[in-house]
Design a protein around this ligand. Structure first.
Ligand SMILES: *Cc1c(COP(=O)(O)O)cnc(C)c1O
Length: 238
């Protein structure tokens, strides 16, 4: 069962007050943090309710599910792909997404560049770093991320905009446990932003979910990806 509009509004207001408190604590402005509504496993109706509440940015894990909800483009609505994309789904990902948060290979970049060129489209890219160092998580290894990004410095991807980094915090249930991976991510992002060139727009830090968004905001997140706090529990298909 999806939440009613009234219930979702209540959750949205609660989330906004969590964000406001964290922003105040961090002495940051509300415009510095974009809320991404993670609608994975939720229906098109839930997305409509979110839009009615003012949502503009949606996150989906799987390309196919993103297509079913966002392939018809609407003014002011942006689709973010936040889960790992299989090679054979990259083309479809380009067509549906405005931004992909989960890139961690040069091969994927080359394919994306090619498809974007064919479709005369510019795509925003975030690189996923496995800063939580969990085996099940995808993304660049923390020890390899810097070398990987450096290797891209003088390459040419005219249809891709390298916008920043993404990570998933520690999944321990204790928000504070994510702080060190979030600060690691910020340090890496700052380092590359300073290099300019292909990294001159490297301003984004996509980090923080329902359980650890306050810590992420304190550590400099510019995008938080929130599902459960807004849409309720996900019902995973059996
Ligand atoms: C599902 C998911 C989220 C949202 O998680 P919640 O805990 O429901 O807020 C954020 N980021 C990624 C990459 C996800 O897969």
């Amino acid at each position: 069962m999806e939440l009613s509009l009234t219930e979702m509004q209540k959750r949205y207001l609660e989330l906004k007050s969590r964000m406001t408190l964290a922003l105040e604590k961090a002495k940051r402005n509300s415009e510095e943090v974009k809320l991404i509504w993670v609608s994975k496993f939720h229906s098109a109706e839930a997305v409509e309710n979110a839009i009615a509440l003012g949502a503009t940015d949606f996150g989906e894990n799987r390309v196919q599910e993103a297509e079913s909800k966002f392939s018809v483009k609407r003014d002011g609505i942006r689709c973010h792909i936040i889960g790992p994309v299989q090679k054979n789904k990259l083309k479809k990902a380009v067509l549906v997404a405005d931004c992909i948060h989960s890139i961690s290979s040069e091969e994927a970049l080359e394919k994306l560049e090619k498809v974007c060129a064919e479709n005369e489209k510019v795509l925003e890219i975030l690189f996923q770093v496995n800063a939580g160092e969990e085996e099940t998580k995808s993304g660049l290894d923390v020890n390899e991320a810097e070398a990987f990004l450096s290797s891209l410095e003088f390459k040419h991807f005219p249809h891709l905009r390298f916008r920043g980094l993404m990570t998933i915090g520690k999944n321990t249930g204790i928000a504070e446990d994510s702080r060190s991976c979030f600060s690691f991510l910020r340090n890496l992002q700052q380092k590359f932003l300073k290099r300019g060139g292909i990294f001159s727009e490297f301003t984004e830090l996509s980090m923080g979910m329902t359980l650890d968004l306050e810590v992420a905001i304190e550590e400099g997140a510019t995008m938080i990806r929130v599902g459960t706090a807004l849409f309720g529990e996900r019902e995973y298909p059996i």
